[in-house]
Design a protein around this ligand. Structure first.
Ligand code: GLU
Length: 609
Protein backbone atom coordinates (compact mmCIF):
# COMPACT_ATOMS: atom_id res chain seq x y z
CA UNK A 1 0.00 0.00 0.00
CA UNK A 2 1.45 3.37 -1.04
CA UNK A 3 5.15 3.81 -1.62
CA UNK A 4 7.81 6.45 -1.30
CA UNK A 5 11.18 6.83 -2.90
CA UNK A 6 13.47 9.84 -2.61
CA UNK A 7 17.03 10.43 -3.79
CA UNK A 8 19.83 12.97 -3.43
CA UNK A 9 22.45 12.19 -6.04
CA UNK A 10 24.94 13.63 -8.50
CA UNK A 11 23.33 11.96 -11.51
CA UNK A 12 19.94 12.47 -13.15
CA UNK A 13 17.56 10.67 -10.87
CA UNK A 14 14.18 10.45 -12.66
CA UNK A 15 14.83 7.00 -14.20
CA UNK A 16 15.87 5.52 -10.86
CA UNK A 17 12.79 6.98 -9.20
CA UNK A 18 10.55 5.48 -11.90
CA UNK A 19 12.25 2.11 -11.63
CA UNK A 20 11.81 2.26 -7.86
CA UNK A 21 8.10 3.02 -8.27
CA UNK A 22 7.74 0.01 -10.57
CA UNK A 23 9.08 -2.33 -7.93
CA UNK A 24 6.64 -0.84 -5.40
CA UNK A 25 3.68 -1.49 -7.73
CA UNK A 26 2.88 -4.89 -6.23
CA UNK A 27 1.97 -3.21 -2.95
CA UNK A 28 -1.16 -1.67 -4.50
CA UNK A 29 -1.83 1.95 -5.49
CA UNK A 30 -4.10 4.01 -7.71
CA UNK A 31 -1.93 6.89 -8.93
CA UNK A 32 1.67 7.97 -8.90
CA UNK A 33 3.85 11.04 -9.21
CA UNK A 34 7.36 12.42 -8.96
CA UNK A 35 9.25 15.65 -8.72
CA UNK A 36 12.89 16.30 -9.53
CA UNK A 37 14.98 19.41 -8.95
CA UNK A 38 18.43 20.33 -10.27
CA UNK A 39 21.20 22.17 -8.46
CA UNK A 40 19.96 25.57 -9.65
CA UNK A 41 16.55 24.93 -8.11
CA UNK A 42 14.69 24.23 -11.35
CA UNK A 43 11.97 21.73 -10.57
CA UNK A 44 9.51 19.63 -12.58
CA UNK A 45 6.60 17.60 -11.29
CA UNK A 46 4.63 14.89 -13.07
CA UNK A 47 1.59 13.02 -11.78
CA UNK A 48 -0.71 10.39 -13.33
CA UNK A 49 -3.71 8.30 -12.41
CA UNK A 50 -3.39 4.54 -12.92
CA UNK A 51 -0.31 2.45 -13.53
CA UNK A 52 3.28 3.65 -13.08
CA UNK A 53 3.62 2.91 -16.77
CA UNK A 54 1.37 5.94 -17.46
CA UNK A 55 3.82 8.07 -15.49
CA UNK A 56 6.79 6.50 -17.30
CA UNK A 57 5.17 7.25 -20.71
CA UNK A 58 4.43 10.83 -19.67
CA UNK A 59 8.04 11.15 -18.45
CA UNK A 60 9.32 10.29 -21.93
CA UNK A 61 7.66 13.43 -23.30
CA UNK A 62 8.68 15.70 -20.41
CA UNK A 63 12.00 17.27 -19.48
CA UNK A 64 12.74 15.78 -16.11
CA UNK A 65 16.23 16.72 -15.22
CA UNK A 66 17.47 16.89 -11.66
CA UNK A 67 19.74 15.14 -9.21
CA UNK A 68 17.36 15.33 -6.25
CA UNK A 69 13.84 13.96 -6.34
CA UNK A 70 10.89 12.40 -4.59
CA UNK A 71 8.32 9.96 -5.97
CA UNK A 72 5.17 8.26 -4.69
CA UNK A 73 2.59 5.62 -5.40
CA UNK A 74 -0.66 6.71 -3.77
CA UNK A 75 -3.36 4.50 -2.31
CA UNK A 76 -6.10 7.06 -1.79
CA UNK A 77 -7.39 7.55 1.73
CA UNK A 78 -8.61 11.16 1.49
CA UNK A 79 -9.82 12.30 -1.90
CA UNK A 80 -10.48 10.20 -4.99
CA UNK A 81 -7.72 8.83 -7.23
CA UNK A 82 -7.15 11.88 -9.44
CA UNK A 83 -4.13 13.67 -10.82
CA UNK A 84 -4.78 16.65 -8.55
CA UNK A 85 -4.71 14.36 -5.50
CA UNK A 86 -1.58 12.44 -6.51
CA UNK A 87 1.63 13.26 -4.65
CA UNK A 88 3.97 15.20 -4.47
CA UNK A 89 1.91 18.08 -3.07
CA UNK A 90 3.55 21.48 -3.18
CA UNK A 91 3.45 24.82 -1.43
CA UNK A 92 5.65 27.28 -3.37
CA UNK A 93 9.17 25.85 -2.82
CA UNK A 94 8.12 22.93 -0.59
CA UNK A 95 7.11 19.49 -1.95
CA UNK A 96 5.89 16.52 0.09
CA UNK A 97 5.23 12.82 -0.46
CA UNK A 98 3.40 11.06 2.35
CA UNK A 99 2.22 7.59 3.33
CA UNK A 100 -0.42 7.41 6.04
CA UNK A 101 -3.16 9.68 7.30
CA UNK A 102 -3.00 13.13 8.91
CA UNK A 103 -6.04 12.78 11.15
CA UNK A 104 -6.34 16.46 12.14
CA UNK A 105 -6.11 17.65 8.53
CA UNK A 106 -9.48 19.45 8.63
CA UNK A 107 -8.49 21.67 11.54
CA UNK A 108 -5.08 22.36 9.98
CA UNK A 109 -6.69 23.12 6.60
CA UNK A 110 -8.99 25.71 8.22
CA UNK A 111 -6.07 27.35 10.01
CA UNK A 112 -3.93 27.43 6.87
CA UNK A 113 -6.76 28.80 4.73
CA UNK A 114 -7.12 31.50 7.38
CA UNK A 115 -3.45 32.33 6.78
CA UNK A 116 -4.13 32.71 3.06
CA UNK A 117 -3.09 29.32 1.67
CA UNK A 118 -5.03 27.89 -1.28
CA UNK A 119 -5.58 24.12 -1.45
CA UNK A 120 -5.41 22.35 -4.79
CA UNK A 121 -6.25 18.81 -3.65
CA UNK A 122 -8.72 16.98 -1.43
CA UNK A 123 -5.93 15.13 0.39
CA UNK A 124 -4.94 15.25 4.01
CA UNK A 125 -1.30 15.43 2.86
CA UNK A 126 -1.44 18.90 1.35
CA UNK A 127 -1.63 20.48 4.82
CA UNK A 128 1.92 19.26 5.50
CA UNK A 129 3.33 21.12 2.49
CA UNK A 130 1.66 24.40 3.55
CA UNK A 131 2.54 23.95 7.22
CA UNK A 132 6.22 23.44 6.40
CA UNK A 133 6.11 26.47 4.09
CA UNK A 134 4.47 28.60 6.79
CA UNK A 135 6.90 27.48 9.47
CA UNK A 136 9.87 28.12 7.18
CA UNK A 137 9.05 31.82 7.24
CA UNK A 138 10.01 31.71 10.93
CA UNK A 139 13.58 30.75 9.92
CA UNK A 140 15.94 27.85 10.57
CA UNK A 141 17.15 24.93 8.51
CA UNK A 142 14.67 22.69 6.71
CA UNK A 143 15.40 19.97 9.28
CA UNK A 144 14.54 22.22 12.21
CA UNK A 145 11.45 23.54 10.39
CA UNK A 146 10.13 19.99 9.93
CA UNK A 147 10.89 19.23 13.58
CA UNK A 148 8.81 22.25 14.60
CA UNK A 149 5.89 21.15 12.38
CA UNK A 150 5.73 17.55 13.63
CA UNK A 151 4.07 18.28 17.03
CA UNK A 152 1.11 19.76 15.10
CA UNK A 153 0.45 16.54 13.20
CA UNK A 154 -1.89 13.79 14.48
CA UNK A 155 -2.11 10.41 12.79
CA UNK A 156 0.47 8.37 10.92
CA UNK A 157 3.11 9.30 8.45
CA UNK A 158 6.17 8.28 6.60
CA UNK A 159 6.98 11.43 4.64
CA UNK A 160 9.75 13.04 2.66
CA UNK A 161 10.07 16.77 2.18
CA UNK A 162 11.96 18.57 -0.56
CA UNK A 163 12.76 22.27 -0.69
CA UNK A 164 13.55 23.48 -4.21
CA UNK A 165 15.53 26.34 -2.62
CA UNK A 166 17.89 23.80 -0.94
CA UNK A 167 18.03 20.97 -3.48
CA UNK A 168 21.05 19.34 -1.85
CA UNK A 169 19.00 17.58 0.83
CA UNK A 170 15.79 15.76 1.69
CA UNK A 171 14.11 15.56 5.07
CA UNK A 172 12.28 12.39 6.12
CA UNK A 173 10.04 11.80 9.13
CA UNK A 174 8.56 8.55 10.36
CA UNK A 175 5.66 7.91 12.71
CA UNK A 176 3.55 4.79 12.17
CA UNK A 177 4.62 4.20 8.58
CA UNK A 178 8.02 2.70 7.66
CA UNK A 179 10.94 4.56 6.08
CA UNK A 180 14.39 3.23 5.32
CA UNK A 181 17.52 5.09 4.22
CA UNK A 182 19.39 3.47 1.33
CA UNK A 183 23.11 4.24 1.51
CA UNK A 184 24.92 4.77 -1.76
CA UNK A 185 28.34 6.05 -2.83
CA UNK A 186 28.13 9.81 -3.27
CA UNK A 187 24.33 9.53 -3.17
CA UNK A 188 21.69 8.53 -0.64
CA UNK A 189 18.06 7.45 -0.82
CA UNK A 190 14.98 7.18 1.32
CA UNK A 191 12.27 4.58 0.69
CA UNK A 192 9.25 3.02 2.33
CA UNK A 193 10.33 -0.47 1.19
CA UNK A 194 13.95 -1.48 0.48
CA UNK A 195 12.71 -3.51 -2.53
CA UNK A 196 12.52 -0.23 -4.46
CA UNK A 197 16.28 0.25 -4.20
CA UNK A 198 17.79 -3.18 -4.70
CA UNK A 199 19.12 -2.17 -8.12
CA UNK A 200 21.11 0.72 -6.58
CA UNK A 201 22.12 -0.39 -3.08
CA UNK A 202 21.90 -3.21 -0.58
CA UNK A 203 22.96 -1.13 2.44
CA UNK A 204 20.10 0.21 4.53
CA UNK A 205 19.42 2.09 7.75
CA UNK A 206 15.96 1.58 9.24
CA UNK A 207 14.42 4.67 10.77
CA UNK A 208 12.66 4.18 14.09
CA UNK A 209 9.39 5.62 15.32
CA UNK A 210 9.66 9.37 15.85
CA UNK A 211 12.91 9.73 13.87
CA UNK A 212 13.52 12.73 11.62
CA UNK A 213 16.39 12.42 9.15
CA UNK A 214 18.27 14.61 6.73
CA UNK A 215 19.98 12.99 3.78
CA UNK A 216 22.38 14.59 1.32
CA UNK A 217 24.92 13.13 -1.13
CA UNK A 218 27.56 12.56 1.50
CA UNK A 219 25.73 12.82 4.80
CA UNK A 220 22.99 11.21 6.85
CA UNK A 221 21.80 12.82 10.08
CA UNK A 222 19.13 11.16 12.21
CA UNK A 223 17.44 12.83 15.19
CA UNK A 224 15.40 10.56 17.45
CA UNK A 225 12.07 11.33 19.13
CA UNK A 226 13.91 12.73 22.21
CA UNK A 227 15.77 15.21 19.99
CA UNK A 228 19.12 13.44 20.29
CA UNK A 229 21.39 12.63 17.37
CA UNK A 230 20.88 8.90 16.79
CA UNK A 231 23.42 6.35 15.59
CA UNK A 232 21.57 3.60 13.76
CA UNK A 233 23.22 0.45 12.41
CA UNK A 234 23.55 -0.10 8.71
CA UNK A 235 22.30 -3.52 7.57
CA UNK A 236 23.18 -5.32 4.37
CA UNK A 237 20.25 -7.05 2.64
CA UNK A 238 20.90 -10.19 0.64
CA UNK A 239 17.36 -10.38 -0.80
CA UNK A 240 17.10 -10.98 -4.52
CA UNK A 241 14.11 -9.51 -6.18
CA UNK A 242 13.28 -10.10 -9.76
CA UNK A 243 9.95 -8.38 -10.08
CA UNK A 244 9.54 -9.03 -13.79
CA UNK A 245 10.17 -12.76 -13.69
CA UNK A 246 7.03 -14.87 -13.46
CA UNK A 247 8.82 -17.81 -15.06
CA UNK A 248 6.42 -20.10 -16.92
CA UNK A 249 3.41 -18.67 -15.12
CA UNK A 250 0.92 -16.07 -16.31
CA UNK A 251 0.48 -14.43 -12.92
CA UNK A 252 2.42 -14.05 -9.70
CA UNK A 253 -0.51 -15.54 -7.82
CA UNK A 254 -0.38 -18.65 -10.00
CA UNK A 255 3.40 -18.90 -9.50
CA UNK A 256 3.00 -18.47 -5.76
CA UNK A 257 0.30 -21.16 -5.53
CA UNK A 258 2.40 -23.66 -7.45
CA UNK A 259 5.61 -22.95 -5.58
CA UNK A 260 4.04 -23.87 -2.22
CA UNK A 261 5.64 -27.34 -1.99
CA UNK A 262 9.14 -25.87 -2.31
CA UNK A 263 8.30 -22.84 -0.14
CA UNK A 264 7.07 -25.07 2.66
CA UNK A 265 10.19 -27.24 2.41
CA UNK A 266 12.13 -24.03 2.93
CA UNK A 267 9.94 -23.00 5.87
CA UNK A 268 10.51 -26.40 7.50
CA UNK A 269 14.19 -26.63 6.70
CA UNK A 270 16.41 -26.60 9.79
CA UNK A 271 13.40 -26.50 12.06
CA UNK A 272 13.19 -30.16 12.93
CA UNK A 273 15.54 -32.97 13.66
CA UNK A 274 13.94 -36.37 13.09
CA UNK A 275 10.69 -36.12 15.01
CA UNK A 276 11.54 -33.10 17.12
CA UNK A 277 11.15 -29.38 16.61
CA UNK A 278 14.30 -27.28 16.55
CA UNK A 279 13.89 -23.54 16.73
CA UNK A 280 17.40 -22.13 16.79
CA UNK A 281 16.05 -18.61 16.34
CA UNK A 282 14.59 -18.70 19.85
CA UNK A 283 17.10 -17.94 22.58
CA UNK A 284 17.18 -19.12 26.23
CA UNK A 285 15.07 -16.12 27.27
CA UNK A 286 12.40 -17.02 24.74
CA UNK A 287 12.29 -20.62 25.91
CA UNK A 288 12.01 -19.71 29.58
CA UNK A 289 9.20 -17.32 28.65
CA UNK A 290 7.42 -20.01 26.61
CA UNK A 291 7.55 -22.35 29.63
CA UNK A 292 5.64 -19.79 31.69
CA UNK A 293 2.91 -19.17 29.09
CA UNK A 294 -0.62 -20.10 30.17
CA UNK A 295 -2.59 -18.32 27.46
CA UNK A 296 -1.96 -17.10 23.95
CA UNK A 297 -3.55 -13.98 22.45
CA UNK A 298 -3.25 -13.94 18.67
CA UNK A 299 -3.90 -10.69 16.82
CA UNK A 300 -3.87 -10.30 13.02
CA UNK A 301 -5.76 -8.98 9.99
CA UNK A 302 -7.20 -10.53 6.81
CA UNK A 303 -5.62 -13.79 5.70
CA UNK A 304 -3.31 -13.78 8.74
CA UNK A 305 -6.38 -13.59 10.96
CA UNK A 306 -7.62 -16.80 9.36
CA UNK A 307 -4.37 -18.60 10.11
CA UNK A 308 -4.64 -17.28 13.66
CA UNK A 309 -8.11 -18.84 13.87
CA UNK A 310 -6.75 -22.20 12.73
CA UNK A 311 -3.98 -21.89 15.34
CA UNK A 312 -6.59 -21.50 18.05
CA UNK A 313 -8.14 -24.86 17.14
CA UNK A 314 -4.67 -26.45 17.09
CA UNK A 315 -3.39 -24.86 20.29
CA UNK A 316 -6.41 -25.85 22.36
CA UNK A 317 -6.92 -29.36 20.93
CA UNK A 318 -3.28 -30.44 20.52
CA UNK A 319 -1.29 -28.41 23.06
CA UNK A 320 -4.12 -27.82 25.57
CA UNK A 321 -3.13 -24.17 25.53
CA UNK A 322 -5.98 -21.64 25.97
CA UNK A 323 -5.98 -19.25 23.04
CA UNK A 324 -7.96 -16.32 21.69
CA UNK A 325 -7.67 -14.85 18.21
CA UNK A 326 -8.81 -11.35 17.39
CA UNK A 327 -8.82 -8.93 14.46
CA UNK A 328 -6.17 -6.27 15.11
CA UNK A 329 -8.37 -3.28 14.23
CA UNK A 330 -10.89 -4.43 16.87
CA UNK A 331 -8.34 -5.38 19.51
CA UNK A 332 -6.54 -2.06 19.38
CA UNK A 333 -9.62 0.00 20.19
CA UNK A 334 -11.26 -2.37 22.68
CA UNK A 335 -10.75 -2.42 26.43
CA UNK A 336 -9.65 -6.02 26.80
CA UNK A 337 -8.77 -8.10 29.84
CA UNK A 338 -5.29 -9.61 29.80
CA UNK A 339 -5.22 -13.27 30.87
CA UNK A 340 -2.63 -14.43 33.40
CA UNK A 341 0.77 -15.20 31.80
CA UNK A 342 -0.47 -14.47 28.32
CA UNK A 343 1.81 -14.36 25.28
CA UNK A 344 0.93 -11.79 22.61
CA UNK A 345 1.35 -13.25 19.12
CA UNK A 346 1.08 -11.14 15.97
CA UNK A 347 0.85 -12.54 12.43
CA UNK A 348 1.61 -10.50 9.32
CA UNK A 349 3.23 -11.26 5.97
CA UNK A 350 4.78 -7.81 5.57
CA UNK A 351 5.27 -6.96 9.23
CA UNK A 352 4.06 -3.43 8.43
CA UNK A 353 0.29 -3.95 8.79
CA UNK A 354 -0.72 -0.74 10.56
CA UNK A 355 -3.44 -2.19 12.83
CA UNK A 356 -1.34 -5.20 13.85
CA UNK A 357 1.62 -2.96 14.66
CA UNK A 358 -0.60 -0.68 16.70
CA UNK A 359 -1.99 -3.70 18.57
CA UNK A 360 1.57 -4.87 19.35
CA UNK A 361 2.47 -1.43 20.66
CA UNK A 362 -0.67 -1.39 22.79
CA UNK A 363 0.10 -4.87 24.16
CA UNK A 364 3.35 -3.55 25.65
CA UNK A 365 1.35 -1.28 27.92
CA UNK A 366 -1.14 -3.97 28.91
CA UNK A 367 1.05 -6.41 30.86
CA UNK A 368 1.49 -9.36 28.50
CA UNK A 369 4.29 -11.78 29.33
CA UNK A 370 5.98 -11.00 26.03
CA UNK A 371 5.44 -10.73 22.30
CA UNK A 372 6.14 -13.09 19.42
CA UNK A 373 5.69 -12.18 15.77
CA UNK A 374 5.36 -14.57 12.84
CA UNK A 375 6.36 -12.70 9.75
CA UNK A 376 7.86 -12.94 6.26
CA UNK A 377 10.07 -9.82 6.34
CA UNK A 378 12.95 -9.99 8.81
CA UNK A 379 13.62 -6.25 8.67
CA UNK A 380 10.00 -5.24 9.27
CA UNK A 381 8.74 -3.05 12.11
CA UNK A 382 6.75 -5.95 13.60
CA UNK A 383 9.85 -8.14 13.89
CA UNK A 384 12.01 -5.33 15.20
CA UNK A 385 9.47 -4.38 17.84
CA UNK A 386 8.60 -7.91 19.05
CA UNK A 387 10.47 -9.70 21.85
CA UNK A 388 11.09 -12.62 19.54
CA UNK A 389 10.07 -13.72 16.05
CA UNK A 390 9.70 -16.71 13.78
CA UNK A 391 10.25 -16.07 10.08
CA UNK A 392 8.02 -17.69 7.47
CA UNK A 393 10.82 -17.93 4.87
CA UNK A 394 8.22 -17.88 2.09
CA UNK A 395 10.22 -15.56 -0.19
CA UNK A 396 8.77 -12.33 -1.52
CA UNK A 397 5.04 -12.59 -2.22
CA UNK A 398 3.98 -10.29 -5.04
CA UNK A 399 0.37 -11.31 -5.67
CA UNK A 400 -1.90 -9.10 -3.56
CA UNK A 401 -4.01 -12.13 -2.57
CA UNK A 402 -1.88 -14.09 -0.09
CA UNK A 403 -1.34 -17.75 -0.91
CA UNK A 404 2.09 -19.13 -0.03
CA UNK A 405 2.43 -16.80 2.95
CA UNK A 406 -0.81 -18.25 4.39
CA UNK A 407 0.41 -21.85 4.20
CA UNK A 408 3.90 -20.90 5.43
CA UNK A 409 2.31 -19.04 8.35
CA UNK A 410 0.26 -22.16 9.18
CA UNK A 411 3.40 -24.31 9.10
CA UNK A 412 5.15 -22.01 11.57
CA UNK A 413 2.09 -21.98 13.80
CA UNK A 414 1.94 -25.77 13.75
CA UNK A 415 5.65 -25.97 14.64
CA UNK A 416 4.94 -23.59 17.52
CA UNK A 417 2.03 -25.77 18.67
CA UNK A 418 4.38 -28.79 18.64
CA UNK A 419 6.99 -26.91 20.67
CA UNK A 420 4.49 -25.63 23.21
CA UNK A 421 2.97 -29.07 23.65
CA UNK A 422 6.40 -30.64 24.20
CA UNK A 423 7.23 -28.03 26.85
CA UNK A 424 4.15 -29.18 28.73
CA UNK A 425 4.20 -32.91 27.97
CA UNK A 426 7.42 -34.81 28.58
CA UNK A 427 6.36 -37.71 26.32
CA UNK A 428 6.45 -35.30 23.33
CA UNK A 429 3.92 -37.48 21.55
CA UNK A 430 2.04 -34.59 19.94
CA UNK A 431 5.33 -33.04 18.87
CA UNK A 432 6.37 -36.28 17.15
CA UNK A 433 3.02 -36.67 15.39
CA UNK A 434 3.09 -33.08 14.13
CA UNK A 435 6.70 -33.21 12.93
CA UNK A 436 6.17 -36.55 11.17
CA UNK A 437 3.09 -35.16 9.44
CA UNK A 438 4.86 -31.93 8.42
CA UNK A 439 7.59 -33.90 6.68
CA UNK A 440 5.10 -35.26 4.15
CA UNK A 441 3.27 -31.94 3.74
CA UNK A 442 5.11 -30.75 0.59
CA UNK A 443 4.33 -34.02 -1.22
CA UNK A 444 0.65 -33.84 -0.12
CA UNK A 445 0.41 -30.36 -1.69
CA UNK A 446 2.10 -31.60 -4.85
CA UNK A 447 -0.69 -34.19 -5.15
CA UNK A 448 -3.37 -31.53 -4.63
CA UNK A 449 -1.88 -29.41 -7.40
CA UNK A 450 -2.41 -32.34 -9.78
CA UNK A 451 -6.13 -31.59 -9.55
CA UNK A 452 -5.71 -28.20 -11.21
CA UNK A 453 -7.35 -29.17 -14.51
CA UNK A 454 -10.46 -30.53 -12.79
CA UNK A 455 -10.65 -27.34 -10.71
CA UNK A 456 -10.12 -25.14 -13.80
CA UNK A 457 -13.04 -26.95 -15.45
CA UNK A 458 -15.33 -26.41 -12.43
CA UNK A 459 -14.37 -22.74 -12.41
CA UNK A 460 -16.34 -22.32 -15.68
CA UNK A 461 -19.58 -22.75 -13.68
CA UNK A 462 -18.76 -19.63 -11.67
CA UNK A 463 -18.10 -17.25 -14.53
CA UNK A 464 -21.55 -15.64 -14.33
CA UNK A 465 -22.32 -16.20 -10.65
CA UNK A 466 -22.68 -13.25 -8.31
CA UNK A 467 -22.59 -15.09 -4.99
CA UNK A 468 -21.02 -18.16 -3.40
CA UNK A 469 -21.15 -19.82 0.00
CA UNK A 470 -18.20 -21.60 1.64
CA UNK A 471 -18.76 -24.12 4.42
CA UNK A 472 -16.45 -25.92 6.82
CA UNK A 473 -16.46 -27.21 10.39
CA UNK A 474 -13.81 -27.16 13.11
CA UNK A 475 -10.39 -26.12 11.84
CA UNK A 476 -11.87 -26.05 8.32
CA UNK A 477 -14.18 -23.16 9.24
CA UNK A 478 -11.30 -20.65 8.98
CA UNK A 479 -10.30 -22.38 5.73
CA UNK A 480 -13.81 -21.78 4.37
CA UNK A 481 -13.37 -18.11 5.43
CA UNK A 482 -10.02 -17.88 3.67
CA UNK A 483 -11.48 -19.55 0.56
CA UNK A 484 -14.31 -17.00 0.50
CA UNK A 485 -11.85 -14.14 1.00
CA UNK A 486 -9.71 -15.33 -1.95
CA UNK A 487 -12.79 -15.47 -4.20
CA UNK A 488 -13.95 -11.98 -3.17
CA UNK A 489 -10.49 -10.44 -3.52
CA UNK A 490 -9.64 -11.53 -7.02
CA UNK A 491 -12.89 -12.44 -8.80
CA UNK A 492 -15.12 -9.77 -7.16
CA UNK A 493 -17.80 -12.44 -6.58
CA UNK A 494 -19.57 -11.91 -3.28
CA UNK A 495 -18.67 -14.88 -1.08
CA UNK A 496 -19.50 -15.73 2.50
CA UNK A 497 -18.20 -18.43 4.79
CA UNK A 498 -20.17 -20.20 7.48
CA UNK A 499 -19.38 -22.81 10.06
CA UNK A 500 -21.54 -25.54 8.51
CA UNK A 501 -23.47 -26.07 11.78
CA UNK A 502 -24.73 -22.49 11.52
CA UNK A 503 -26.45 -23.14 8.21
CA UNK A 504 -29.92 -23.58 9.63
CA UNK A 505 -29.60 -20.36 11.62
CA UNK A 506 -29.98 -18.24 8.52
CA UNK A 507 -27.93 -18.96 5.41
CA UNK A 508 -30.05 -21.95 4.41
CA UNK A 509 -32.57 -19.36 3.17
CA UNK A 510 -30.10 -18.45 0.41
CA UNK A 511 -29.89 -21.93 -1.06
CA UNK A 512 -31.33 -22.48 -4.53
CA UNK A 513 -30.04 -24.05 -7.73
CA UNK A 514 -28.20 -20.85 -8.57
CA UNK A 515 -26.12 -20.63 -5.40
CA UNK A 516 -22.80 -22.50 -5.52
CA UNK A 517 -21.89 -23.95 -2.14
CA UNK A 518 -18.26 -24.94 -1.68
CA UNK A 519 -17.67 -27.43 1.13
CA UNK A 520 -14.28 -28.31 2.62
CA UNK A 521 -14.76 -31.85 3.91
CA UNK A 522 -11.58 -33.68 4.94
CA UNK A 523 -11.72 -37.03 6.71
CA UNK A 524 -12.16 -36.21 10.41
CA UNK A 525 -14.46 -36.69 13.39
CA UNK A 526 -16.82 -33.97 12.11
CA UNK A 527 -17.29 -35.46 8.64
CA UNK A 528 -20.56 -37.22 9.51
CA UNK A 529 -21.97 -33.99 10.95
CA UNK A 530 -20.87 -32.18 7.80
CA UNK A 531 -22.55 -34.82 5.65
CA UNK A 532 -25.85 -34.00 7.37
CA UNK A 533 -25.34 -30.32 6.55
CA UNK A 534 -24.62 -31.27 2.94
CA UNK A 535 -27.89 -33.27 2.84
CA UNK A 536 -29.77 -30.19 4.05
CA UNK A 537 -28.39 -28.27 1.07
CA UNK A 538 -29.04 -31.13 -1.36
CA UNK A 539 -32.65 -31.40 -0.21
CA UNK A 540 -33.13 -27.75 -1.21
CA UNK A 541 -31.64 -28.16 -4.68
CA UNK A 542 -28.32 -26.43 -3.87
CA UNK A 543 -25.33 -26.63 -6.19
CA UNK A 544 -22.52 -28.39 -4.30
CA UNK A 545 -18.74 -28.46 -4.82
CA UNK A 546 -17.22 -30.82 -2.27
CA UNK A 547 -13.46 -30.88 -1.66
CA UNK A 548 -12.87 -34.14 0.14
CA UNK A 549 -10.61 -37.08 0.83
CA UNK A 550 -10.56 -39.52 -2.10
CA UNK A 551 -11.58 -42.29 0.33
CA UNK A 552 -14.74 -40.50 1.55
CA UNK A 553 -17.97 -41.95 0.26
CA UNK A 554 -19.31 -38.87 -1.56
CA UNK A 555 -20.93 -39.56 -4.91
CA UNK A 556 -21.12 -36.89 -7.58
CA UNK A 557 -24.30 -36.17 -9.56
CA UNK A 558 -25.86 -33.44 -11.70
CA UNK A 559 -25.59 -30.79 -9.03
CA UNK A 560 -22.87 -32.32 -6.83
CA UNK A 561 -19.27 -32.03 -7.97
CA UNK A 562 -16.58 -33.87 -6.05
CA UNK A 563 -12.92 -32.83 -6.01
CA UNK A 564 -11.03 -35.83 -4.60
CA UNK A 565 -7.93 -34.95 -2.61
CA UNK A 566 -5.14 -37.17 -1.20
CA UNK A 567 -5.57 -38.94 2.10
CA UNK A 568 -3.53 -36.93 4.61
CA UNK A 569 -2.81 -36.79 8.35
CA UNK A 570 -5.74 -34.94 9.95
CA UNK A 571 -3.55 -32.24 11.46
CA UNK A 572 -2.42 -31.10 7.99
CA UNK A 573 -5.93 -30.64 6.61
CA UNK A 574 -6.14 -26.83 7.01
CA UNK A 575 -2.82 -26.36 5.17
CA UNK A 576 -3.67 -28.81 2.40
CA UNK A 577 -7.34 -27.90 1.84
CA UNK A 578 -6.75 -24.20 1.25
CA UNK A 579 -4.66 -24.98 -1.85
CA UNK A 580 -7.55 -26.21 -4.07
CA UNK A 581 -9.61 -23.19 -2.95
CA UNK A 582 -6.75 -20.88 -4.00
CA UNK A 583 -6.73 -22.62 -7.38
CA UNK A 584 -10.51 -22.34 -7.71
CA UNK A 585 -10.41 -18.57 -7.09
CA UNK A 586 -7.48 -18.19 -9.46
CA UNK A 587 -9.22 -19.96 -12.33
CA UNK A 588 -12.53 -18.16 -11.71
CA UNK A 589 -10.77 -14.78 -11.74
CA UNK A 590 -8.89 -15.80 -14.89
CA UNK A 591 -12.17 -16.52 -16.68
CA UNK A 592 -13.67 -13.25 -15.44
CA UNK A 593 -10.60 -11.36 -16.67
CA UNK A 594 -9.81 -9.38 -13.53
CA UNK A 595 -6.40 -7.87 -12.78
CA UNK A 596 -5.82 -10.73 -10.38
CA UNK A 597 -2.30 -9.86 -9.19
CA UNK A 598 -3.44 -6.34 -8.36
CA UNK A 599 -7.17 -6.48 -7.64
CA UNK A 600 -9.02 -3.17 -7.63
CA UNK A 601 -8.94 -1.12 -4.42
CA UNK A 602 -6.61 -3.54 -2.61
CA UNK A 603 -3.01 -3.25 -1.47
CA UNK A 604 -0.41 -5.84 -0.60
CA UNK A 605 0.60 -4.48 2.74
CA UNK A 606 -1.96 -2.41 4.56
CA UNK A 607 0.14 0.33 6.07
CA UNK A 608 -2.72 2.70 6.80
CA UNK A 609 -5.40 2.19 9.39
N1 GLU B 1 -3.55 10.02 2.98
C1 GLU B 1 -2.79 10.34 1.81
C2 GLU B 1 -3.68 10.54 0.59
O1 GLU B 1 -4.81 10.13 0.57
C3 GLU B 1 -1.70 9.34 1.55
C4 GLU B 1 -2.23 8.02 1.10
C5 GLU B 1 -1.14 7.01 0.90
O2 GLU B 1 -0.62 6.53 1.94
O3 GLU B 1 -0.84 6.69 -0.26
O4 GLU B 1 -3.27 11.12 -0.36
Amino acid sequence: MCGIIGAVSQRDIAKILLEGLRSLEYRGYDSSGLMVVNSTGQASRLRCVGKVNNLACAAEHATLSGETGIAHTRWATHGKPAESNAHPHISTNIAVVHNGIIENHELLRDQLQGRGYTFYSETDTEVVAHLVHWEQQRGGSLLSVVQRVIPDLRGTYGMVILDTDSPDRLIAARSGSPLVIGCGVGENFIVSDPMALLSVTRRFIYLEEGDVAQISCYGIKIIDRCNNIAQRCEVELDTHYDVVNKGVYSHYMQKEIYEQPSVLKNTLSGRHNNSFVELHELNEKAYSLLKKVEHIQIVACGTSYHSGMVARYWLESLAKMPCDTEIASEFRYRKSVVRENSLFVTLSQSGETADTLAALRLSKRLGYLGSLSICNVASSSLVRESDFSLMMKAGIEVGVASTKSFTAQLVILLILVAKISSLKDATSQVEREIVNALQILPSCIEKVLLQDQLIAQLAQDFSNKNHALFLGRGDQYPIAMEGALKLKEISYIHAEAYAAGELKHGPLALIDSDMPVIVVAPQNALLDKLKSNIEEIRARGGLLYIFTDAISSFVGSDNIYIVPLPHIPEVLAPIVYIVPLQLLSYYIALIRGTDLDKPRNLAKSVTVE
